[in-house]
Ligand binder design. Structure first.
Ligand code: ADP
Length: 421
């Protein structure tokens, strides 16, 4: 039975925290939304990926409580509300309202809040969040289109969103060790504080905090705290050394790309030197959708027996602009996503593809929907933040990796295959 149940407020954040749990020794499954069926896998942690970060607060609360109820039904013992390391939220929420609701549902009077991820230059000092070495409200996040962060003081920011009293566990206490932190938690609790913002300016602070949280039913944090929690459970993680092991999945291999990000374009250039490829032109798709797809699949069928085949719509900024001017920005994106989804479905259903690499965040969303993926067992990372996974919910399990645009080194698309069992 899983021990840690995590509720993540967006999809890539869910993969991030899941990868952290795996790297720290817990076999982990990530679900896409709240599953309708029970867990059928032998894992120690489950991460439910919601898309609740910028929903109206009451909807985010409803979804988070549904996720909590499902995780409780699977047997989870400790719960983790995962948000962004830049504490993305508005005065209306959603970090405060969701935390309040989870605390009430779990019957607990205290939790911590710590977005820090020092390895990525997200640190909290005296309650102030720094990103890239500067205060949050000078980091560019003050101009975020959906969740502008104009105050770096998290005690104030969270205080405005929650019914709980908010106070601080500072770096000096964290530097003293987990017993000092536990004593501070007791003192805050006695004083009626419900949520403590926790400093962390290096990774050791996160390990100390995780140790001090071992008896809390709920923690709230960025992905960083996940590095420390598995150590609390060491005697219950028999397979800790192989937490990223995946079952072997045999079958044909394909790469689908709808990402036009710079890193992806460089990866495609490299991959084209190694694999047969077909470029799906957006304007040609608008002209003859089924014809272009048939041509792409025909090329794939011709080569799939000899190794990976690359099918991509990705294009240079000029070509993308030309397609957008002709078709409309949203329409061009949707058209290409629909093409990628249809190709993915056909490759799996009719062409024997079982190992699939998808580049592009939105593209991945479209592909995952088309394939009926309900969840992902998290395996070894190909590059930081991009693990191989195996799917559940699909008629047969697939090996799948979902790469968001700017992730991965130049040889990502060629080296990935050698990392599968
Ligand atoms: P990334 O993770 O790099 O941002 P996404 O898949 O999230 O990639 O977004 C890329 C968007 O660009 C998708 O909506 C995709 O359908 C669209 N797109 C891909 N190729 C083209 C193209 N040639 N012309 C216009 N839009 C395209």
């Amino acid at each position: 039975m899983p021990i840690i149940g995590c509720i993540a407020d967006d999809f890539t954040g869910a993969t991030d925290v899941a990868s952290m749990l795996v790297s720290a020794g817990m076999r982990t499954l990530q679900t896409i939304g709240v599953p309708t069926t029970s867990l059928d896998d032998d894992v120690e942690a489950v991460v439910v990926a919601l898309k609740s970060r910028t929903l109206p607060a009451d909807e985010a609360v409803t979804q988070s409580l549904e996720a909590l109820a499902w995780l409780q039904a699977q047997g989870c013992e400790q719960f983790y509300f995962k948000y962004c390391s830049t504490f993305d939220s508005t005065p209306a929420g959603n970090i405060g309202p969701v935390t309040d609701a989870l605390m009430t549902a779990l019957g607990t009077d205290f939790t911590v809040a710590c977005p820090a991820l020092p390895a990525n230059q997200r640190t909290v000092y005296n309650g102030y969040l720094f990103a890239g070495g500067v205060p949050l409200n000078e980091s560019g996040m003050q101009d975020h289109p959906l969740t502008p962060m104009t105050d770096a003081n998290l005690v104030r920011v969270l205080g405005a969103q929650t019914h709980q009293r908010v106070d601080l566990i500072d770096y000096a206490t964290l530097s003293e060790g987990s017993e000092a932190v536990e004593a501070r938690i007791q003192a805050l609790r006695s004083a009626g504080v419900g949520i403590a913002i926790c400093d962390a300016i290096d990774t050791q602070h996160l390990h100390t905090l995780a140790r001090a949280c071992r008896h809390l039913p709920l923690v709230t944090a960025g992905s960083g705290l996940a590095l420390g929690l598995p150590a609390n459970l060491a005697d219950r993680l028999p397979a800790a050394g192989q937490a990223d092991a995946l079952p072997a999945i045999a079958g044909r291999e394909a790469i689908l790309s709808g990402s036009c990000s710079r890193a992806t374009l460089a990866q495609l250039e490299h991959a084209r030197e190694h694999y047969p490829s077909y470029h799906l032109d957006a304007l040609a798709l608008a002209d003859d959708f089924e014809g272009v797809i048939a041509a792409a699949l025909e090329l794939a069928e011709e080569h799939l027996d000899r190794g990976p085949v690359l099918l991509y719509a990705s294009a240079s900024p000029e070509d993308v602009r030309r397609a957008q001017e002709a078709l409309g920005v949203a329409e061009a994106g949707a058209l290409v996503e629909r093409a990628m989804a249809e190709i993915a479905q056909s490759l799996v259903e009719h062409h024997g593809v079982r190992r699939l690499l998808v580049a592009g965040g939105e593209t991945s969303g479209a592909v995952v929907n088309a394939l009926g993926v309900q969840g992902l067992r998290i395996g070894p990372s190909i590059d930081p933040g991009v693990p191989w996974t195996t799917t559940f919910g699909t008629p047969a399990p697939l090996a799948l990796t979902l790469k968001s645009g700017n992730f991965g080194a130049r040889d990502f698309m060629t080296k990935a295959w050698g990392m599968l069992p």
